[in-house]
Design a binder for this molecule. Sequence first.
Ligand SMILES: [Zn+2]
Length: 301
Amino acid sequence: MNETIYEISLVGRIRIDAHSLNNEGTVGNVTEPRTIVLANGEKTDGISGEMLKHIHTEVLWQIAKEKKVFLCPACQILSPMKADGNKAVTEMKETKSALNEALKCVVCDLHGFLVQKPTLSRKSTVEFGWAIALPNQFYRDIHVHTRVAAGEKEREKGAEAEVSEQMIYNRPTRSGVYAFVSVFQPWRIGLNEIDYTYSVDDNARKKRYELVLEAYKAMIARIEGAMTTTRLPHFEEIEGAIAITKNAAPVPVISPLADGYIQQIKTIIGQQNVQDFSSFASFMQEINKLKSAVPYKLGAP
Ligand SMILES: [Zn+2]
């Protein structure tokens, strides 16, 4: 019999150099990097969980398209509306049936959604926290760039003169060792959380489980995001641990901001349930090993 997986946590530290992933916004021609203030008042650099979750959704969607699994009309085109843009759901009167209808879509099931009418919400089975730079291991620089604007034609006294403008703009470039945390809850795949029955069969649940793992691999292989056209990040090192629980117990998440985080997780759930990784390749290998397991089913004998 295949091993069952209740929950998985991924925690680690990743070194990303010279990137501009996820910025606070642009004020005038200056783009501000994201800042996180830690409990002791220290300021550090961060990449938001929203962005990481969005990246996971997008790579998962690409694989789902390739595998031709069922996606609702909104998710077919990666619309953030998800189930709220699916008439088969919104035209239902009864919430339980509407939720079962929504769960047919792989992206809606795995990444959650919000429907206004009938009022329905589904929490994602995949969660991300902020990636937070270790306070003593990050640097930021604002680089000034110039771009030549398209020449404007000006007519002066009937004469035509070409004027080209220099546009000046500022772009942050950041480097750091980032602590990341993510949780995946295979037990909730296909679970209707109104009546707590699974509306998706075992075989489909297993495929969805594998899809989430594939998406983790794809996002770690190359994190796409803001400004990657000219700030393609340099990924250098990764280390961390993948922890699992096989029975109904929440998997621990200890922040890699703290030294000794892997040892703490091992102490809590046992060495045999925690796999370390120390390179991109070993991360992929450890994720692959999990693919032979099956998602835990509530109330299964
Ligand atoms: Zn959908």
